[in-house]
Design a protein around this ligand. Structure first.
Ligand code: NDP
Length: 453
């Protein structure tokens, strides 16, 4: 008989927390999850899922335009924001219900409310104390908004999914995933779309050729880039928001979205009381096995700020549960290499492995295979959209160490390429794979000529 109420008390019912809780409960452990907001966390409620639904919604206008080249005449079109917003919300509520059932049916006790850590083995929710052998902090991250005069007139990705009215003129601040995705969504849904970024080119950290190519395509679709500037101030006026940029130029818009990064969500957790150490930006410091400076307390997902991606949090949760509750199995560690990722801008970007720049630092000889082309569909659609496929090869071993794509459904294509790269496929193996014709994806197995060494 355990001297604790629970074997595992999870704080936060987002992707990582729910996965850890359900898996541990499935192994017969006594598990509780405390959640004060919504089940499913950022991804389900105000992140990946509703964003993807909006992204789908925003593609229709160009589909209507392109249909003419295929003989279709599409009548008058109009977009109704409340329909998209409310249908999305209904779907999210359905998913919340599924998450609830998944937890409860797997035997997890759901504690509604915000939890704080009271001791190495004690958690408090709404004045009630629970004892537990292990605590898992999986509280995610929250938007960071820089301070400038008028920043209170801006919104973050927390609010953008629930806007009362669809803005006719939008400005997104930032050059990361959320910024380029929402600049495309706003443009696709019919708004005048501006993206303001302090650097030379958005998507820092991505392959340089991919960044340049993607930004050219995004610009072609109608997003207005304002680069190497920042917001100086935002003034609320009767006709909208007057935004002054640091180069003195001004723009009047109806909505300013700050997509300027997300910071670990540690407020009110009481980490200082028990001595859980945090690092830069509040990220909880953990060992390879996700253990904090207090041995019975663990943390994973966005709150440790390694890679803020849902599938990464899920994988971290599986590693943790394996190591805590399955001592008969070998100890696992999380492999952060070759994690495929996609940016759902228009067209999509997807990538796995090393960028050309990273490969050049790591290997003596690098061969780059890169092809850009007009997809078959657009020979009739009238669209000027072009796609880019790129393989980065360690020329000494012939291993493909990076793959990149800008184009329709890039994420769907890259998932399979990710398996090949994880398995250590060589360029010769890519070459010996028969293409699926006619697709854009076949380019990955038909690029024969080195673009540059
Ligand atoms: P990112 O960290 O990706 O980007 C933040 C951007 O804001 C950067 O361009 C940064 O500029 C800029 N920025 C930061 N501080 C300031 C400032 N004070 N003034 C002006 N600009 C600033 O964060 P996001 O908010 O876009 O997304 C958070 C995370 O969520 C992502 O990193 C990603 O892991 C995850 N995500 C994943 C998605 C997916 O998988 N498709 C979709 C959405 C989010 P600089 O480059 O100069 O630092």
């Amino acid at each position: 008989m355990s001297r604790f109420d629970f074997d595992l008390f999870v704080i936060g019912a987002g992707s990582g927390g729910v996965r850890a809780a359900r898996t541990a409960a499935g192994l017969g452990k006594k598990v509780a999850v405390a959640e004060g907001r919504f089940l499913g966390g950022t991804c389900v409620n105000i992140g990946c899922v509703p964003k993807k639904l909006f992204s789908y919604g925003s593609h229709f206008h160009e589909e209507f335009e392109q249909a003419a080249g295929f003989g279709w005449s599409v009548g008058a079109q109009s977009f109704d924001w409340p329909t998209l917003r409310d249908n999305k919300t209904k779907e999210i509520e359905r998913l919340n219900g599924i998450y609830h059932n998944l937890l409860v049916n797997s035997g997890v006790e759901l504690v509604e409310g915000y939890a704080s850590v009271k001791g190495a083995n004690e958690v408090e929710v709404d004045g009630k104390t629970y004892t537990t052998e292990y605590i898992l902090i999986a509280t995610g991250a929250k938007p960071f908004t820089p301070e400038f005069p008028g920043s209170e007139h801006t919104v973050s990705s927390d609010e953008v999914f629930y806007l009362e009215e669809f803005p006719k003129r939008t400005l997104v601040l930032g050059g990361g995933y959320i910024a380029v995705e929402f600049a495309g969504i706003f443009q696709g849904l019919g708004a005048e779309s501006h993206l303001v970024y302090r650097g030379e080119l958005p998507l820092r950290g991505f392959d340089e050729e991919v960044r340049q190519f993607a930004c050219d395509e995004i610009r072609k679709k109608g997003v207005n880039f304002h680069l190497e500037v920042n917001i100086q101030q935002v003034e609320k006026q009767d006709s909208g928001l007057l935004v002054t940029l640091t180069d003195g130029s001004q723009l009047e818009v109806d909505l300013v979205l700050c997509a300027t990064g997300r910071v670990p969500n540690i407020d009110g957790l009481g980490l200082e009381t028990v001595g859980v150490e945090t690092g830069r930006g509040g990220a909880i410091q953990v060992s390879e096995g996700f253990q904090t400076s207090v041995p019975s307390i663990y943390a994973l997902g966005d709150v440790i700020n390694r890679m803020q991606l849902t599938p990464v949090a899920l994988a971290e949760a599986m590693v943790l549960v394996n190591n805590l509750f399955q001592p008969e199995l070998p100890t696992k560690t999380m492999d952060y290499s070759n994690i495929p990722t996609a940016v759902f801008c228009h067209p999509n970007i997807a990538t796995v492995g090393l960028t050309e720049e990273q490969a050049r630092e790591q290997f003596d000889q690098v061969a780059i295979y890169s092809a850009s082309f007009r997809p078959l569909k657009h020979t009739l659609s009238g669209s000027e959209e072009r796609h880019l496929m790129k393989l980065v090869v360690d020329a000494t071993s012939d291993k493909v160490v990076g793959a990149h794509m800008v184009g329709q459904d890039a994420g769907e294509v890259m998932q399979g390429i990710g398996v090949a790269i994880k398995a250590g496929a060589t360029k010769a193996m890519f070459d010996s794979t028969i293409g699926i014709h006619p697709t854009g994806a076949e380019e990955f197995v038909t690029m024969r000529t080195v673009t540059r060494n």
